[in-house]
Design a protein around this ligand. Structure first.
Ligand code: HEM
Length: 208
């Protein structure tokens, strides 16, 4: 690879990896502030696995079932990516549609994730218990109904890295603090590359 290509790859990793994971973390904190019972459940699990002082290790992270459910439910409702873009490489029949070569399509994952036909009448509600028995059970084996990291050969390269990073950050926070939203918080998700809280997410932390 040329120096330029290496630099481009580094940029892609930084942009694709940093913004997305921080978006996931911030919405998870907002969700756990709104749903304090899930914050308590997640903390109980983290304290059970790591105690109050130990640093999260890889073995322990794989035992964080409740935290994983919460992250998946947040990814469903607030997918950092919003939509997937594709270009049709050769004429393709998809259901009753004929897609000519060269056509650009956008798959609005955020709408798919909130579709009542796929997720039920409570599709817009935060219910991590949907993921209690894993992603395939939650999607009833319809993989295309949960695509926060995309799908197919171009699925996100950093999927496992991002989930590990989010679990570590969340564990360190839950071990030490309880948190809630400040009264000044205004819920206004806005898409600027990824989905951000437009006016920030002011959180009040209390050391445990
Ligand atoms: C919560 C965090 C993340 C989310 C939601 C996310 C989401 C996505 C999505 C939707 C795609 C497009 C997939 C497709 O078109 O099918 C993608 C691609 C990609 N992501 Fe992520 N991502 C995250 C974190 C990361 C991290 C941490 C890295 C790197 C360290 C990363 C690196 C990449 C790369 C290199 C691609 C392009 C893959 C390709 O085209 O072959 N992502 N990501």
């Amino acid at each position: 690879m040329s120096h330029r290509e290496v630099m481009e790859e580094c940029r892609l990793f930084y942009l694709g990896g940093q913004e997305t994971t921080s978006s996931l973390l911030v919405w998870t904190m907002v969700m756990l502030s709104w749903h304090r019972e899930w914050q308590a459940r997640a903390r109980d699990e983290v304290l059970q696995v790591f105690g109050h002082d130990s640093k999260p290790d890889f073995n322990g992270l794989s035992r964080l079932k409740t935290v994983a459910m919460i992250l998946n439910e947040t990814l469903r409702l607030y997918s950092p990516g919003v939509a997937l873009d594709r270009v049709v490489s050769k004429e393709t029949r998809l259901g009753d549609m004929n897609l000519p070569e060269g056509v650009q399509i956008a798959i609005p994952m955020l709408l798919v994730h909130r579709d009542p036909e796929l997720w039920g009448e409570d599709a817009t509600e935060f219910k991590p218990e949907r993921f209690e028995e894993g992603v395939s059970k939650a999607t009833k084996n319809r993989a295309a109904s949960f695509i926060p990291f995309g799908f197919g050969p171009r699925i996100c390269l950093g999927l496992n890295f991002a989930m590990t990073e989010a679990k570590i950050a969340l564990s360190l926070i839950l071990q030490r603090f309880s948190f809630e939203l400040s009264p000044s918080y205004a819920h206004a998700p806005l898409k600027v590359l990824t989905v951000h809280p437009q006016f920030g997410a002011q959180l009040l932390f209390r050391r445990l």
